[in-house]
Design a protein around this ligand. Sequence first.
Ligand SMILES: Nc1ncnc2c1ncn2[C@@H]1O[C@H](COP(=O)(O)OP(=O)(O)OP(=O)(O)O)[C@@H](O)[C@H]1O
Length: 238
Amino acid sequence: MEIANLSKNFASIPVFEGLDLSISSGEFVCLVGGSGSGKSTLLNIVAGLDHADGGTVLAPPAAVMFQESALLPWLSAAGNISLALKFAGVPRQDRQQRTQELLNLVRLPDAGYRLVHQLSGGMQQRVALARALAQNRSLLLMDEPFSALDSITRDFLHDELEDIWRATGRTIVLVTHNVREAIRLGQRVILLASDQGSIAGEWRVSDTQRHDAVAGAALAETIRTVLHREVHGLAAVS
Ligand SMILES: Nc1ncnc2c1ncn2[C@@H]1O[C@H](COP(=O)(O)OP(=O)(O)OP(=O)(O)O)[C@@H](O)[C@H]1O
């Protein structure tokens, strides 16, 4: 994914002026930044849900997952996944098996029959992830997918998402407010500046830093320091 000289304005107010960003195939990148720094706008532009005012964005077609699962409430978990498979062109006779494979992948092998309101928040996000994977796109864009969940469920889903990323080889770009989450998941953490969307910082995360909270703590502190500077002394970000 290559973004060059991106500019974007809302009502003449610039969000991005000349943003450059390059993400390799198969990479897991986390985007952090203060509120209003343009994280969601960037994801929306890459997904084709919004347009840029200038510059170039070269990205493969993407699947998108948001904070709210946005599942169709009148369909079962399996029905939601199967519908995405249908839109992805998977033939009818293959959809049931593929749906079950995706339910297995997100560790909900027996929940396919359940309606959305019969699923917990964490389960709904797992179905939403399965639905995003059903689209069979090499790029997965995730906008704060776990921020509405409790911390135990979130930790569990971090492990699952990492396994799925390794198993599927997807390129993943995940937006989060949570520096710890960014270090837990990302091979690279990119911090968007609060003024006109340049990049305020960029850090590589080692496997050790990702999996060992003590090893990741120093990096988290460094990122938080820059983040706090960016948001001009707003309250600490988790
Ligand atoms: N549809 C819109 N119309 C007008 N302004 C918008 C629109 N969408 C976003 N903005 C503005 O663009 C800027 C970037 O917004 P964006 O939602 O991308 O930031 P963010 O970093 O994702 O913020 P948050 O962390 O609070 O979700 C903000 O100043 C916001 O007010």
